[in-house]
Design a protein around this ligand. Sequence first.
Ligand code: ZN
Length: 318
Amino acid sequence: MDATRERTWLDVTPRADGGMWRLPLLRARGATPGPRLAVLGAVHGDEYDGPEVIHRVCDQLDPRALRGELVMVPVSNVAAYEAITRLSPVDGANLARAFPGKADGTLTERIARVLSDQVIAGSDGLIDIHSGGVAYAIPTLAGYTASDAPLHQANRALAEAFGAPVLWAHPAPIPPGRSLSAADALGVPCMYTEAPGGGRVTDETLTCFVRGVFNVMRHLGMLEGAPEYAPPRRLIGDGNLDQIISAPCAGHFRSDVELLQPVTAGQRLGTIFNLIGEPLAEVRADRDGVVITLRALHRVNAGDGLVHLTQPQGETNS
Ligand SMILES: [Zn+2]
């Protein structure tokens, strides 16, 4: 068969205006059969790293050098991408909590179903590219669900091969609703990324993630050669942003800490001020940990997440 590169669309569901909700789909097929790698971008609409990375991978990949198939969705949540929002502006749902989705559900549930059935199922690996979005900063990292199960060992191998400077292991089981949960249920090895966000992609992240996708293709035997990367810093944690330290009141937040900084329980992490600069509330660490997510947008409302702490990984190597 001929090696091909295709830029096309994946139909999701009809729109009320007679058009169609559809997803951009980039597909490269090698001349010889082999593994299939799936890559998702902008599952959260305000995370623009995925499309930036995926379009460059598509441009740089020579399909004639490829074994198997690379299937990439640069923007998985088109309505949220256009509205610059994390969640869908159509049904208010979080696509990253809607997997494996429903064929007769809301728009977000239907997108999750199409991605589960037509992109994730049948793949030999999944990379879901996330970042901090417009409001949060997160280090450039690769994360995965960890346990001694063979599938989760394959996750770890995938995430290590990706070659991000930080590797974040989340002990199984993975919470429901993620693309990674759908992949886990289908027996597809999977990993995700995080990055500084801010509505743009740093040169460091772009270089790392483009190389990361190529590294994973080498790891899976889709390209010649071995993955190339430096040893990562290892962290462990549940990564559940529902457990983030939240703002007790609205105001202007200023943090005292940096990403990846170790902190101790009780340490002040930042302060919320009113508009004449008077402190309204101090935000303190509820335990020892390492700063893995930091509110980057100064304006906060009561209940907005501010700081998420995780743990350095010990010698368990899990
Ligand atoms: Zn995300």
